[in-house]
Write a protein that binds this ligand. Structure first.
Ligand SMILES: [Zn+2]
Ligand SMILES: [Zn+2]
Length: 327
């Protein structure tokens, strides 16, 4: 056994027991952010980024989601209250159980909601999300900066040693090139740190931000690990044997051996909310996980339902556009 510092068996231990897992293992770096005051030349979350003065600061032009409130008429409000009352009465008459809506009432409700997603029953307003362009191109904010010296194996294109991720801290429904994605619009840049001689002053804070999308500054304490895939990406017999082995030791395969949690460079993505969603490049290649941005911890972000935002890149050609996924 090769227990890690915490005494829990590591993915390496599992591979010793199941050598067939070795071909599925990938190196990863757990970034381990903690509150701090990172500098321009540090790997960081939410810290300053080394951005050249002769390159425009990235801005977002993708439409963002605006939540519009629409006051219901007194008549519509009363109709909805009557529907609620009838549901409660039916439930009471049955002695509990689920609330059931009559088909006709459901049609009325649908008519009154008029395509809006949410009803605020305190103010009696329909809340509708609408995609609208930003009033002005919105300056992006730094989320992550990684120097390859801190993250061995970071897939930096030739001549680069620095990875930067910035985003527009607002919700966007399927920004350009990101089908099925809903969240901040993201910009990823690789560059040569030595090539940045004059530093771009960051612009003022963005006009619009959504709570949970502005990271608190953190320094990183990266550690190299071996990561194994989610059960959906392994042969069934192999993953079942590994899961049984883990269970006998009071452990779970996922998140202890496979798809290690937290801020991460490389490794494997977890598919804990949906089944495996194949993320394919425009060239047809199955894309590889580049980065995982996590909710909570010291940076205090909240992506998805307190989930993980993952950035995937093409393994065949680093000029192909990246893809985003939230889980
Ligand atoms: Zn935006
Ligand atoms: Zn590609």
């Amino acid at each position: 056994m090769t227990p890690d510092v915490s005494g829990t068996p590591s993915p390496r231990t599992l591979i010793e027991h199941f050598p067939a897992l070795a071909e599925h293992a990938r190196p990863a770096t757990l970034l381990r952010p903690s509150a701090g005051a990172p500098g321009l030349y540090d790997s960081s979350v939410g810290g300053p980024v080394l951005w050249p003065s002769d390159e425009p600061w990235p801005t977002c032009r993708a439409p963002h989601l605006v939540y519009k409130r629409e006051k219901l008429s007194d008549r519509d409000r009363e109709t909805l209250q009557d529907i609620d009352r009838r549901m409660k009465e039916r439930r009471q008459a049955r002695g509990g159980g689920a609330y059931e809506i009559a088909a006709e009432d459901a049609r009325t409700q649908e008519r009154i909601m008029a395509g809006a997603g949410v009803l605020d029953k305190i103010t009696w307003e329909r809340i509708r999300s609408v995609s609208e362009p930003h009033a002005l191109p919105a300056p992006m904010i730094p989320v992550l900066q990684l120097f390859s010296r801190d993250v061995p194996g970071l897939p930096c294109p030739p001549g680069t040693d620095l990875l930067q991720l910035l985003w527009c801290p607002d919700d966007h429904a399927e920004p350009p090139g990101q089908p099925g994605y809903w969240g901040p619009s993201v910009e990823v840049r690789f560059r040569s740190a030595a090539g940045v001689t004059e530093i771009h002053e960051p612009p003022g804070p963005p006009q619009e931000t959504k709570g949970g999308y502005v990271p608190r500054p953190c320094v990183l304490e990266p550690v190299g690990v071996i990561d194994l895939p989610d059960r959906d990406e392994l042969p069934e017999a192999l993953v079942e044997a590994a899961e049984n082995w883990a269970e006998e030791r009071g452990l779970e395969y996922a998140r202890t051996f496979g798809c290690l949690p937290g801020w991460k460079a490389g490794g494997w993505p977890s598919w804990h909310l949906t089944d495996l969603v194949p993320i394919d490049c425009v060239c047809g290649s199955r894309m590889r996980l580049l980065l995982t941005v996590d909710s909570g911890e010291a940076p205090g972000l909240r992506v998805g339902r307190s989930g993980e935002l993952r950035v995937f890149v093409c393994p065949s050609d680093d000029s192909h556009p990246f893809r985003l996924n939230i889980q």
